[in-house]
Ligand binder design. Structure first.
Ligand SMILES: NC(=O)C1=CN([C@@H]2O[C@H](COP(=O)(O)OP(=O)(O)OC[C@H]3O[C@@H](n4cnc5c(N)ncnc54)[C@H](O)[C@@H]3O)[C@@H](O)[C@H]2O)C=CC1
Ligand SMILES: CC(=O)N[C@@H]1[C@@H](OP(=O)(O)OP(=O)(O)OC[C@H]2O[C@@H](n3ccc(=O)[nH]c3=O)[C@H](O)[C@@H]2O)O[C@H](C(=O)O)[C@@H](O)[C@@H]1O
Length: 420
């Protein structure tokens, strides 16, 4: 059965590009979001998030009548759920948004529908979602009890696009398709092949759920190794950037880059889903999270020591010292401050320092609320001229354009090796 109407539940960084991709292939797409502002913005053919090339695709899709947004679900042939899956309490997966989304589509589900969970979820979440739907729609059969002949097909298909490259990777990346039955996987593959140029790789729901968590945990563990090296090298008087550059000349070594910590709401979140379900076995994954979450505090101690050196050298009082933080975003060349370790460090400095704290962030045009009254947004030029202590936090391209030998200050904490 072809998919004439497709509904995407959750129109954020993942759902909106996905909805736009289907609409760009002349499919009738109804996007659903509880955020009325998002719905209104999209229905005007505009976007409420930052992602290169997305605006044009949404504008064309809305203008062409292929994409509409609503706050309430409608009957559709396929539903893709891309709502948030944060953690709660002691890093427990919070499935409240997924449950609410399932409850919202249950009344409009019809025989032959396909429901795909895309949100990054703990193992077993898809089965749980199917149970929620079965409890709400006992007039329909689901894969758990009906197997291949279920009225409603269900699959888990994680998203792995990189922010800033979403509109390319959404089309090019291979997709892991985790159907609750082979028929579910076949239907899900048929749906994604409407726009996908990558390959649909078939597996089961639990393996697909674990695959997403594995990908991000692999990255987190490797970043933790680099961050641990940076602490050791600081104690040993070794340039960690030179060390990694040399070690990576080995044909089978590929050490990632140290930083001020790990940000974003994925790499810093998803590994906890594995730890929560496997607390005894997931020791390395837990430790990597702890190493990465500790890094901002280590950086703060480095800043305190550098300020003490500065005070001892130039005879100024602490209140006369100017500290400049370079970068607030969670990674280079983006404007997303969510879960940013750089932002965390800038706040720690602003709260601790009795003198002036300057912040330079080329991708934002006003001081974030959390720094209001405690820091001053400065231009790169002014910060380099005025500051006594420089704290490099994010390797934005604007900062990398400043040669290290042009830096006049000797009091520099460089967490990204931009200037040292
Ligand atoms: N942002 C990214 O680069 C990636 C995110 N993911 C995963 O995709 C999922 C979604 O992430 P994002 O799109 O970044 O989140 P987001 O926060 O940008 O968007 C989620 C949207 O869902 C809406 N929403 C919440 N509950 C709803 C409901 N019951 N019905 C309808 N809409 C609802 C929110 O209003 C919001 O607009 C998460 O599980 C995330 O881990 C996976 C890969 C990449
Ligand atoms: C395995 C993998 O690369 N996952 C990607 C990741 O995107 P995200 O932008 O969160 O990842 P990232 O570029 O590694 O950045 C995460 C954090 O890690 C830091 N980071 C990254 C690489 C590195 O060598 N050192 C380092 O400190 C970054 O500065 C940032 O704070 O998580 C995305 C997601 O799941 O949302 C996923 O779709 C993307 O494919």
């Amino acid at each position: 059965m072809s998919f004439s109407t497709i509904s995407v539940i959750g129109l954020g960084y993942i759902g909106l590009p996905t909805a736009a991709a289907f609409a760009s292939r002349q499919k009738q797409v109804v996007g659903v979001d509880i955020n009325q502002h998002a719905v209104d913005t999209i229905n005007r053919g505009e976007i409420h998030i930052v992602e290169p090339d997305l605006g044009e695709v949404v504008k064309t899709a809305v203008t062409g009548g292929y994409l509409t947004a609503s706050t309430t679900p409608v009957e559709a042939d396929a539903y893709l759920i891309a709502v948030p899956t944060p953690f709660k309490g002691d890093h427990e997966p919070d499935m409240v948004f997924v449950e609410a989304a399932a409850q919202s589509i249950a009344p409009v589900l019809k025989k032959g529908a396909l429901v795909i969970l895309e949100s990054t979820s703990p193992v077993g979440a898809t089965e749980q979602m199917a149970q929620w739907l079965a409890d709400l729609r006992q007039d329909l059969s689901f894969p758990q009890q009906a197997g291949e002949h279920a009225d409603v097909n269900i699959a888990y298909c994680p998203e792995r696009v990189l922010p800033g490259q979403v509109m390319v990777e959404l089309i090019k990346n291979d997709r892991v398709i985790g159907g609750m039955t082979p028929v579910c996987s076949a239907r899900a593959s048929e749906l994604y092949n409407i726009f996908l140029e990558g390959e649909c790789v078939i597996t089961n729901a639990r393996t697909a759920e674990m695959c997403k968590l594995t990908e991000n945990s692999f990255r987190d563990v490797n970043i933790a190794f680099a961050n641990e090296l940076s602490l050791i090298c600081a104690d040993q008087g070794i340039n960690v950037w030179e060390l990694i550059r040399l070690a990576n000349r080995h044909p089978r070594v590929n050490i990632l880059q140290p930083g001020p910590g790990v940000g974003g709401h994925c790499i810093a979140v998803d590994p906890w889903f594995i730890v929560a379900q496997n607390p005894q076995q997931a020791r390395l994954i837990r430790t990597a999270r702890e190493v990465n979450d500790h890094k901002p505090h280590w950086v703060m101690n480095q800043v305190k020591a550098m300020v003490a050196d500065c005070l001892a050298t130039n005879g100024k009082r602490a209140s006369e010292i100017k500290i400049a933080c370079f970068g607030l975003a969670f990674k280079p060349n983006i404007d997303d401050l969510r879960e940013s370790p750089a932002m965390e460090i800038a706040e720690l400095i602003a709260d601790w320092h009795s003198g002036t704290t300057l912040v330079v962030e080329p991708n934002v045009h006003q001081l974030p609320q959390k720094l209001a009254g405690k820091a001053t947004l400065a231009t790169l030029t002014d910060a380099l001229v005025e500051a006594d202590v420089l704290v490099m936090l994010v390797d934005h391209k604007e900062f990398k354009a400043i040669a290290g030998d042009s830096i006049q200050q000797v009091f520099v904490v460089d967490t990204k090796g931009v200037w040292r």
